[in-house]
Design a protein around this ligand. Structure first.
Ligand code: 2AM
Length: 175
C-alpha cells in the first residue's frame, strides 16, 4: 500500500448473494427515516483503524497475514436499533467462536502497529440505516446464512457519492 493517509477498517465483506439478502432487509424497514447505507457499502466491521499514515500501512497488512483464522458460518437473524449512535442494524443473536477469535487475534496482531485494542465488548453488526428513527427489534423469520471464508481491509472515502467503501486487500480464513 502506497500513498498518503487512508481511512481504514477490517471487515467481513459479503458476496453478491448475501449482499442482496442484506439489502433486502433494508426494505423491511420502510418505517425508518435516515441515511440508508448504499447496498454496495454493506459490511460487518471487525476492527476500525481510523486514519492511518503511510508508515503504518505495511504493518497492518503484515498483521492481517499473521492471523490464523478458520472459516465459519454467520447467521444473521435479527434486526435491532441502537439509540445512541442512532443506527438500525442486522446481526447474529449468537456470535460464533471463530468470529470472536478472529477479532481478538486481529487486535493482538495490530498492537505492535500502534493500535489499542477496543475496550468495549465486540458487537458484530451490519449497519443498515444511519441517523435512523427508532426501529422495533425483530427476529428474522428466515435468517441469512453467511459462509465467511475471508476478511478484508477496507478503505473508507466518506466524501462524495456512495459507495464509500472499497476493499483493498483480502486474506483467507483457513487454508
Ligand atoms: P458503524 O457501522 O457501527 O457506524 C466504517 O466507518 C465502519 O467502521 C463502520 O462499520 C463503522 O461502524 C465503523 N466505525 C466507524 N467509526 C468507528 C469507531 N470510532 N469505532 C469503531 N468502529 C467505527
Amino acid at each position: 500500500m502506497a500513498g498518503g493517509r487512508r481511512r481504514l477498517f477490517f471487515a467481513l465483506w459479503p458476496d453478491e448473494t448475501v449482499r442482496a439478502q442484506l439489502a433486502a432487509l433494508q426494505e423491511r424497514l420502510p418505517q425508518a427515516q435516515g441515511r440508508w447505507v448504499h447496498p454496495e457499502d454493506l459490511h460487518l466491521t471487525l476492527q476500525f483503524l481510523g486514519s492511518v499514515e503511510p508508515g503504518r500501512q505495511a504493518c497492518i497488512a503484515e498483521a492481517a497475514r499473521a492471523v490464523q483464522g478458520e472459516p465459519f458460518e454467520l447467521e444473521i437473524d435479527r434486526i435491532d436499533f441502537w439509540s445512541k449512535p442512532r443506527i438500525a442494524w442486522a446481526g447474529p443473536e449468537a456470535v460464533p467462536r471463530p468470529l470472536k477469535r478472529l477479532v481478538r487475534m486481529l487486535a493482538k496482531k495490530l498492537e505492535p502497529c500502534g493500535f489499542e485494542p477496543e475496550r468495549r465488548p465486540y458487537k458484530p453488526h451490519v449497519t443498515l440505516v444511519r441517523k435512523s428513527t427508532p426501529v422495533a427489534a425483530m427476529k428474522l423469520p428466515e435468517p441469512i446464512l453467511w459462509a465467511v471464508e475471508h476478511f478484508v481491509l477496507v478503505e473508507s472515502r466518506p466524501n462524495g457519492d456512495p459507495p464509500h467503501y472499497r476493499p483493498v486487500e483480502g486474506w483467507p480464513l483457513g487454508d
